[in-house]
Write a protein that binds this ligand. Structure first.
Ligand SMILES: Cc1ncc(COP(=O)(O)O)c(C=O)c1O
Length: 391
């Protein structure tokens, strides 16, 4: 992310990283709560992943044909994710979400994709949040509904049910610049039922949530399984890879769609992903990540209260967001994030954070010592005197 959109004091260039720590080009160390904006799920330079990467790099990365790692990885995903009967791979999350839409259209012969308003699905013209360079034609087959509001979905598709190829949704409402919102189980189930009723596919965009909430699929505990899903970010612990997973009867459509990229078959990132999958599929990984998230949440809320700030802590504890009450322009959030970076904690004021397995109880404790200093610094700043302090 360009430094112009980051709060004051954020470094633009990072020189190196290890575990939960990153160092900028001036040698300043930060405890990293953004995890490279999602990709780092085991910690920076996780030894088993780096070992797999080195071994694959010695054998080669980019070949005329695919490496066997691709088949091994597809099998590992199919074993891990209950609804997945096949997997295909690309590089970025946008590749995967776009591919899901294309496969859904190829399978159903329909054109419309139903999208939650404000959701981020990538940077292609059909889904970018910014209008520059986007034509009406790029969006003409999209209709919008409100997240967690099944009536708005029904209203959006009224009269066009037989033209809907897919409904795409994220497992959590993690749109930027607003509090996060967990999916209500009845909303997730109603999405599934509506798709079944109208013969459309349910696409789950796991690009941000994948491997952090439930490696089997984020709505597995609701008993809701999509037909197709898009994954990226954390699946190779920092190496460039994305995946589309799908149900058996969509294999034919997936095979008919033309899609490729010069570097999509790179074996190194697939070797990295195989090593990552081995760890994230263990119960200890999931419970430790949740416990770290809970420890951070408890500590940050206690500190806010002690320093007299009213805050909101939203989203899953593994990918939380801290915002301040009555702070619509994020002035206080920006000031707190600046104080945090000055005290050596890398966070963001309005994009969710990402915990990773290097956030051990000791590291969280160290983070909390630094955030306590950040709150203390903020309490002394003019921005905190504009009626926003409550204590
Ligand atoms: C939910 C979601 N979908 C899709 C994308 C696009 O992924 P990428 O930036 O790798 O293209 C992102 C990226 O942040 C995302 O958060």
């Amino acid at each position: 992310m360009a430094v112009q959109s980051l709060p004051d004091g954020y470094p633009q260039f990072i020189e190196r990283a290890d575990g939960a720590r990153i160092w900028d080009v001036d040698g300043r160390e930060y405890l990293d709560l953004m995890s490279s904006w999602g990709p780092i799920v085991l910690g920076h330079r996780y030894p088993a992943v780096e070992e797999a990467v080195r071994a694959q790099a010695v054998a080669g990365d980019c070949f005329d044909g695919t490496s066997p790692r691709m088949v091994e990885l597809a099998e590992a995903f199919v074993d891990l994710v209950p609804y997945a009967d096949w997997a295909m791979f690309a590089k970025n999350g946008t590749d995967a979400t776009t591919l899901c839409c294309t496969i859904a259209r190829a399978h159903t012969g329909r054109e419309i994709i139903v999208v939650a308003r404000g959701a981020y699905h990538g940077a292609a013209p059909w889904c970018t949040p910014y209008p520059a360079g986007v034509t009406a034609a790029d969006r003409q087959n999209l209709v919008y509904f409100e997240y967690n509001d099944i009536d708005s979905l029904h209203a959006a598709i009224a009269g066009i049910e037989d033209r809907v190829a897919a409904v795409i949704a994220c497992p959590v409402r993690h749109d930027v610049r607003r509090e996060q919102e967990l999916a209500e189980p009845q909303f997730a189930r109603a999405l599934r039922e509506t798709c079944d009723r109208i013969g459309a596919l349910l696409v789950l965009d796991e690009v941000r949530t994948g491997f952090r909430l439930d490696a089997r699929g984020s709505w597995e505990s609701f008993g809701v399984r999509p037909d197709l899903s898009a994954w990226s970010k954390a699946i190779a612990n920092g190496y460039a890879l994305s995946a589309v997973l799908g149900r058996a009867d969509l294999r034919d459509a997936a095979g008919r769609v033309y899609t490729t990229g010069s570097f999509w078959f790179s074996a190194v990132s697939m070797a990295a992903s195989l090593a990552t999958l081995r760890v994230v599929s263990t119960p200890a990984f999931e419970s430790n990540l949740r416990a770290a998230g809970q420890q951070l949440r408890t500590g940050l809320l206690a500190q806010a209260e002690a320093h007299g700030f009213r805050v909101r802590y939203t989203g899953p504890v593994q990918m939380p967001l801290l915002t301040f009450a009555d702070d619509d322009d994020f002035a206080l959030g920006n000031a707190w994030a600046s104080a945090a970076i000055n005290n050596g904690v890398y966070v963001h004021p309005y994009h969710n954070w990402f915990l990773n397995a290097a956030h051990t109880p000791e590291v969280i404790e160290e983070i909390l010592q630094r955030t306590d200093a950040a709150y203390a610094a903020l309490a002394g700043q003019p921005v905190a005197e504009r009626g926003l302090l409550t204590g």
